[in-house]
Design a protein around this ligand. Structure first.
Ligand code: PBG
Length: 308
């Protein structure tokens, strides 16, 4: 009766990995999470839908042979992510589809942008490519584009190009306060974006976890440029930033419970040290309590069954 904060099924967005593999492949650092070939995606999506999942965020694992240093595959209209959206759309289910917009699945070096002659990420060139890719997302049937790259100025450029091409209805969920976090490791395994050493230094464009006011500025810039949803990522280590975002912007706030947040709970559960399900629920509730309206979580498909 006096419970203040309730997790609802419509709060949860399930991140989905798609690939050209023959069969579903479980990601070793993320037990219970799979990469889905397009052939099995449709039947799996029906199962998710029946369990109450309504929102999916699509992440492609691109074959290495299709990658280059410029991430040009992102501009191939028949690339994997666009095919996945098109096939989900023709299912005639009212899924909300989020496209991840960043170059890291497509570049050999695994950075979210293209590199200049000195090996530094070229912000403005990258923004141009992302904006063009946003049109392909719209054409493929995505409802939302979610720039996760952390380039400066991309929200305004993407909004303009979408509008000029008649895609005023496509929303922008901006990964606004995205920190250079060590919790992304399992995700990079999942999409095959890890460098040989397993480490990619993104500190020139992602935020320093020590910086609170810089995160505020990043949220503000994306708000001003026209983002429709602001995201904080990772989630549980940055509850203070989620709280700030929800109290200061009258926009829906999203939080991403990242791969590493998932894996640490699953690992402790496997060892018998923690109750994974209870910890997952507690973590999600904390994120909600801090002010997130929607939560990207790899637990979505299992947690949703407990909410009904
Ligand atoms: C990159 C991207 C990342 C994630 C989503 N989009 C990783 C990164 O920035 O290196 C991480 C998601 C997760 O860890 O679950 N565009």
């Amino acid at each position: 009766m006096v419970e203040e904060c309730v997790l609802r099924q419509q709060d949860l967005v399930l991140p989905v990995f798609v690939s050209h593999d023959k069969n579903p492949v479980e990601i070793s650092s993320m037990p219970g999470v799979y990469r889905w070939p397009l052939e099995s995606l449709e039947s799996q999506a029906k199962e998710w839908y029946e369990s109450g999942i309504r929102s999916l965020a699509i992440f492609p694992k691109i074959d290495f042979s299709c990658k280059d240093d410029g991430g040009q595959e992102i501009l191939n209209p028949s690339s994997l992510a666009y095919q996945a959206a098109a096939s989900l759309r023709q299912l005639d289910m009212d899924f909300v589809l989020f496209a991840d917009l960043a170059l890291d699945p497509y570049t050999r070096h695994g950075h979210d942008g293209i590199l200049d002659s000195q090996g530094k990420v070229d912000n403005d060139e990258t923004v141009e490519i992302l904006a063009k890719a946003s049109l392909l997302c719209a054409q493929a049937g995505f409802d939302w584009v979610s720039p996760s790259d952390m380039m400066d100025g991309r929200i305004g450029v993407i909004r303009d190009l979408l509008d000029q091409n008649g895609h005023e209805d496509i929303g922008i969920l901006s990964y606004s306060a995205k920190f250079a976090s060590s919790y992304y490791g399992p995700f990079r395994d999942a999409i095959g974006a890890a460098s040989a050493s397993g480490f990619i230094d993104k500190t020139s464009y992602q935020l320093n976890p020590a910086n609170r006011t810089q995160a505020y500025r990043e949220l503000f810039l994306d708000f001003e440029e026209g983002a429709d949803i602001l995201m904080v990522k990772p989630a549980e280590p940055f509850l203070d930033i989620i709280k700030y975002a929800s109290e200061n912007f009258h926009l829906p706030i999203a939080a991403y419970q990242t791969s590493g947040e998932y894996s640490r709970i699953m690992a402790a559960d496997k060892l018998g040290w923690l109750d994974g399900t209870k910890c997952a629920l507690e973590s999600l509730l904390s994120i909600k309590r801090a002010g997130a309206d929607l939560i990207f979580t790899y637990f979505a498909d299992r947690i949703i069954k407990l909410l009904q």
